[in-house]
Write a protein that binds this ligand. Structure first.
Ligand code: KG4
Ligand code: ZN
Length: 421
């Protein structure tokens, strides 16, 4: 089954075309086309994602990336298509809220053959509703004009499945390049229950899957999401948006893992060449008896320390970044370990943008092998960790396997869409 997947929940406009086969516990994916435009530079001036700007950019980007993804998948065949007046009127109405989109849509659609795809998957939530709507309306218009079924996808399910997916074992030695890692994926030999630590700009939650696609919420943040905390602390340190990668870069300098010292990665715990700092931050809720998190106090602690000691920004920025990253990682690890034990999980996955963080990945890898060597850890490659449309195609396939095909009218954007029923 060939799935065209559309992701517009936040600040990435992404479309992927993925050929999927198999069953839930044993599935295979070939990424035929994958196009993504990040809006990061546009939102940087605002220090965060600005919803109406995100919506406008998605509307501008969707047709060009659709074309790019179809072209890469070799599914773009030029041909003049007649579009009836009635169809034109329906689609114009669907796209009326995105200025300029219907013009670009008709121009493109009237000049290409309907591609050989079997379904269209689109993120319905969670995310920024104005941004989600652009993708949903675009998906509805494509489904109508090409007469394809529509599948609504939960973005977080996409993160979980992307984390469970592994590069398919290369059949020949020639296939071990980076490119093949993303082109062929498989989900198999997954031992249940699966515990997922989902960490992104909008989410921090521990979700348990005992049976395929059935979720229980084990713990969640009571205030800020961890990515939000990274972004806000970065802003306090006058670092650009998104703050996660910036904080990580500074903290790695203190650990002695700078880009120029990449060969040192693996020697966990070395503090090379820097005096230890006296900056100490709290580890909120570290020892309480739940699997919940809280990051707003940690963010406030950074704020107070900076107010009291403004020289930190000049001279000890990297030490603040280091201590902040340590505090976050310690809390994430301890709560995850608690949840692993309580649930008797056999597989742990990390998902969401923050799981691209080098220190978090390194710490979880080390601690899992030392303390839970009987539990399999799966962390997606960095490009599958942050938002993309491949993960939406994976979730779309799993939903299509269950015949969760949606009537066009029934798909609505839901900013707070939850995984657990
Ligand atoms: O999943 P994602 O791409 O979008 C959402 O659905 O929110 O996550 C974005 C978040 C941002 O807060 C960003 O700062 C954070 O992920 N992030 C990181 C890193 N890369 C992205 N946080 C820490 N370290 C990183 N390397
Ligand atoms: Zn995400």
């Amino acid at each position: 089954m060939k799935i065209l997947a559309i992701e517009t929940s936040c600040d990435e406009t992404a479309i992927a075309i993925v050929e999927a086969s198999g069953i839930e516990k044993d599935s295979r994916f070939r990424v035929l086309g994958n196009a993504l435009i990040s809006q990061i530079e546009i939102h940087q001036a605002y220090g965060g994602v600005f919803p109406s700007l995100a919506k406008r950019e998605h509307a501008k980007n969707l047709v060009p990336i659709l074309e790019a993804a179809l072209e890469e998948a070799e599914l773009l065949h030029e041909d003049t298509q007649a579009i009836s007046e009635e169809m034109r009127a329906n689609i114009s109405e669907m796209l009326a809220r995105e200025p300029g989109l219907s013009e670009a849509f008709f121009e493109f659609i009237s000049e290409c053959e309907p591609p050989e795809i079997d379904a269209i998957a689109v993120t319905a939530g969670p995310g920024l509703e104005p941004a989600l709507w652009v993708g949903i309306n675009f998906a509805k218009a494509l489904a109508l004009v090409w007469d394809k079924p529509l599948v609504a996808v939960n973005h977080m399910e996409g993160h979980i499945l992307a984390a469970l997916a592994q590069p398919e074992a290369p059949s020949t030695k020639l296939e071990t390049s980076n490119k093949s890692q993303i082109e062929k994926l498989e989900i198999k030999n997954i031992e249940m229950p699966v515990l997922a630590l989902l960490i992104s700009g909008g989410h921090t939650e521990l979700v348990l899957m005992r049976k395929w696609l059935q979720y229980e919420l084990i713990g969640q943040t009571r205030d800020d999401a961890v990515g939000e905390a990274f972004d806000k602390v970065a802003r306090m340190l006058s670092l650009p948006y998104p703050g996660g990668p910036e904080i990580s870069r500074l903290a790695e300098e203190v650990r002695g893992f700078t880009k120029s010292a990449e060969s040192k990665v693996g020697h966990v715990g070395h503090n090379v060449g820097h005096a230890m700092s006296d900056i100490v931050l709290p580890r909120p809720m570290l020892n309480d008896a739940t699997c919940d998190f809280s990051f707003s106090g940690l963010k406030t602690a950074v704020l107070y320390l900076l107010k009291k000691n403004p020289e930190i920004i000049e001279h000890k920025k990297q030490h603040m970044a280091h201590e902040f990253e340590n505090a976050v990682t310690e809390v994430l690890w301890k709560k995850t370990a608690r949840a692993l034990e309580e649930a008797g999980a056999r597989t742990l996955v990390l998902g969401g943008g923050v799981s691209a963080n080098t220190h978090i990945r390194r710490t979880f890898t080390k601690n899992m092998s030392e303390e839970y060597s009987n539990v399999t850890l799966r962390i997606p490659s960095a490009s599958l960790s942050t938002d993309n449309a491949i993960m939406i195609a994976l979730a779309g396939f799993y939903r299509a396997l269950r015949n969760n095909v949606s009537a066009s009218d029934s798909i609505v954007a839901n900013g707070n869409l939850s995984l657990a029923l």
